[in-house]
Design a protein around this ligand. Structure first.
Ligand SMILES: [Zn+2]
Length: 701
């Protein structure tokens, strides 16, 4: 049983840092000046290396590698002491996954083994620990006892490597016996789906084991770290359940470890929004969301430019997380490139000056995008995670962001217990393997008046990926669904020909789309509409592309339904039986955005909480504290990554839903009371200027 540790500060939003202390940083680390700097930055909590890779105090444990530069110095104790005097919370961090080779040779049953019995090596002189071996199991307890015996500690953070694991199959004796006991079989040569599932079970067990180990040593909170992104497995859900606190990384700006011909890929700039919204919905406490201050990866020594760093961290602050800046190479005073530090100082000072905006706040979004882990897993197994799954869910995020419709990102597993008053509309992008329980929950919520917008082939894939009838189709007004068909075809007779969507120009879901044709790409599903469904969008005939003098449709419009709309006094649903997100990514036309944002607005009966015209690169999120509504605005205007300057926007109007006229509206950066008009449940607030990140706070009547 895990213990839940309660402390007042656990529920607060923090301004946080992590310091990677290397062995060579220990001798010259200036604790007093570092803590003074943190006070100037208004850091409220930080973590730092205490044990594992290296130990930053004089340990008595024979297996623990002490930092060579330490020379008897108790750096860990000095840091804890100085931080406590300054009122800053500290989390010593332990990363136990790596064993020095001489220790590994003395204790070979701690080490991950290849099939030939040799050690898995992390790097020269350092072996990789097996999660079932004594290094991670028994040594973790010894290290915790030593640390909690020496110091009064606020909490312990486990580095992700502590959960162990080798890159292939571990053939050590622990794994061999345990695999046989759990599955009745013997270890495979290569990772198989069965082995992956078993290994995931061991990971979960290790995460729980290390959390309980901390609680058994001292009544202090434990936090686990994870490198996780949307579309990966459900590790983050498990971590959120078993730890007092969760840290998740959004720090990868480029992924370029192999210096070869493969292109460097960029993470989406809005990854902090996505991750923070998802994880803060899973946890009871604000998660720490980590962004590096340096160029990741592999350039640890050059800083992210000021503007990029500030807006990256601001997206965490604006969405319910505690921003954490990941420093490298010791104290920031030892860092070779301090250029991103002013961004931390500015943002954390802003957060500290307006603590009432952040502490105890909750999302006030009225729209939720449903993330279905089973559908992600199916897409991963079929090698179409990016093209078949993420492109739909992230397309929906981007379109709602550009339209400034605040949304939450929620796990489908939470639908069963969701309160029907919480959201006005659910969006189901690529939820192809949605469970029957989740479908039943969507039906229940829809019957209570929650609008539903579904894309693609929702809930219709079985574990092998084949189409099956789903209870959700009936809710969406479809009788049957058929195999996917391409919009762009090529035939010997016509050459390539492209189909369009065509619409009636009357229904609210096509409002603002001036041309009767909409450019589209990817695949569509034939569906049979049930009686009484409105079909405002259909498939138009394919146009021959070449030769240009013959570029026309040779056939009449086939008119298959491309939007099924159910409009009843209580139930409102919109179903697009085609790859909306894929089409958006290919065409990138505002009409493609409008198909989704209009549908959400209509299905939510205009209960979308916020409206802002234009300024599509201003990211809006809406949060609430008792008696107050906070509209966070992050201005990411600017085309080139890295962003190197802010592009201020001026004189615009934000409309926010509030039942009665607010008592006052204040802009956090200036402290100014802003003029507003109020009518029919909406306050229209005039914002004179937005530079980078700001908050409009409404005092509600
Ligand atoms: Zn093993």
């Amino acid at each position: 049983m895990s213990i839940t540790v309660t402390r007042d500060w656990l529920n607060r939003r923090h301004r946080t840092l992590h310091m990677t202390i290397r062995d060579i940083d220990c001798a010259t680390f200036d604790v007093a000046q570092t803590i003074e700097l943190f006070q100037r930055w208004k850091v409220s909590l930080f973590s730092f290396f205490a044990g594992g890779y290296i130990t930053t105090y004089p340990t008595n444990l024979p297996w623990q590698r002490m930092a060579p530069g330490l020379n008897g110095r108790d750096l860990c104790g000095e840091i804890i002491d100085a931080a406590r005097k300054a009122g800053i919370i500290t989390f010593p961090m332990i990363d136990l996954g790596e064993i020095p080779l001489e220790v590994a040779e003395r204790n070979p049953d701690w080490v991950g083994r290849k099939a030939d019995g040799s050690f898995y090596m992390k790097t020269d002189g350092i072996a990789t620990a097996c999660p079932l071996g004594g290094y991670i199991r028994e040594c973790s307890i010894e290290l915790l006892r030593e640390l909690t015996g020496r110091y009064e500690i606020d909490g312990i953070k486990w580095g992700g490597a502590s959960y162990g694991g080798v890159p292939g199959v571990c053939h050590c004796e622990h794994c061999r016996q345990r695999f046989a006991q759990d599955t009745g079989g013997s270890l495979p040569d290569k990772r198989s789906p069965e082995y992956e599932e078993w290994r995931y079970g061991i990971l979960r067990e290790t995460v729980r084991y290390l959390a309980e180990a901390v609680h058994q040593c001292a009544p202090i909170p434990v936090m686990g770290n994870l490198v996780w992104r949307l579309g990966r497995g459900q590790e983050v859900d498990d971590l959120c359940r078993s730890q007092d606190f969760v840290q998740v990384e959004v720090q990868t700006r480029t992924w370029n470890i192999q210096d070869d011909d493969s292109p460097a890929s960029w993470d989406r700039f809005s990854t902090p929004i996505e991750t923070t919204r998802y994880v803060s919905n899973l946890t009871r406490r604000p998660p720490w969301v980590v962004a590096s201050t340096f160029l990741a990866w592999p350039w640890r020594r050059v800083a992210v430019p000021h503007a990029e760093q500030k807006l990256y961290l601001a997206q965490i602050a604006a969405n319910g997380g505690s921003p954490m800046a990941n420093l490298t190479t010791g104290s920031p005073l030892q860092h070779p490139d301090p250029r991103s530090f002013s961004a931390i100082e500015e943002l954390y000072n802003f957060m500290a000056d307006h603590a009432g905006v952040y502490d105890g706040d909750v999302s006030a979004a009225r729209v939720a995008i449903v993330y279905d882990a089973d559908s992600a897993a199916l897409a991963r197994r079929q090698n179409r995670l990016e093209r078949g799954f993420l492109i739909e869910i992230q397309g929906a995020e981007d379109a709602l962001d550009r339209a400034h419709i605040p949304y939450d990102l929620i796990p489908s597993a939470g639908l069963a217990t969701a309160d029907s008053r919480r959201y006005a509309c659910l969006v189901l992008p690529a939820a192809e393997a949605l469970s029957d329980e989740a479908c039943a929950a969507v039906e229940r919520l829809a019957a209570c008046g929650v609008g539903v917008v579904a894309l693609g082939a929702p809930a219709t894939r079985d574990a092998a990926g084949s189409l099956r009838p789903s209870p959700l189709l009936a809710l969406l007004g479809a009788g049957t669904i058929g195999d996917p068909q391409p919009f762009l075809r090529s035939s010997p007779h016509l050459g390539p020909s492209q189909a369009y969507l065509k619409h009636d120009g009357r229904h609210p879901i096509v409002a603002g789309i001036e041309c009767p044709l909409i450019a589209v790409a990817g695949y569509w599903h034939p569906v049979t509409p049930k009686a009484g469904m409105a079909i405002p969008v259909r498939r138009g005939a394919a146009f021959r592309l070449f030769p240009e003098g013959l570029s026309r449709a040779d056939q009449p419009d086939p008119d298959e339904p491309m939007a099924l709309v159910r409009d009843e006094p209580t139930v409102r649903t919109v179903y697009y039986p085609f790859q909306w997100g894929y089409a958006l990514s290919r065409v990138s036309h505002p009409d493609n955005d409008l198909l989704l944002t209009n549908a959400v607005q209509w299905a939510a009966r205009d209960d979308v909480a916020a409206q802002l015209k234009g300024l599509s690169d201003v990211r809006l999120s809406l949060r609430a504290t008792p008696g107050r509504l906070h509209c966070h605005l992050v201005n990411t205007t600017g085309r080139r990554r890295y962003l190197t300057e802010f592009a201020p926007v001026s004189d615009f109007t934000v409309r926010l839903a509030c039942a009665k006229p607010p008592r006052a509206v204040r802009q956090a950066s200036s402290g100014a009371a802003l003029p507003f008009d109020w009518s029919s449940g909406w306050a229209a607030i005039h914002v004179p200027r937005l530079v980078d990140y700001d908050v409009l706070s409404l005092e509600l009547a």
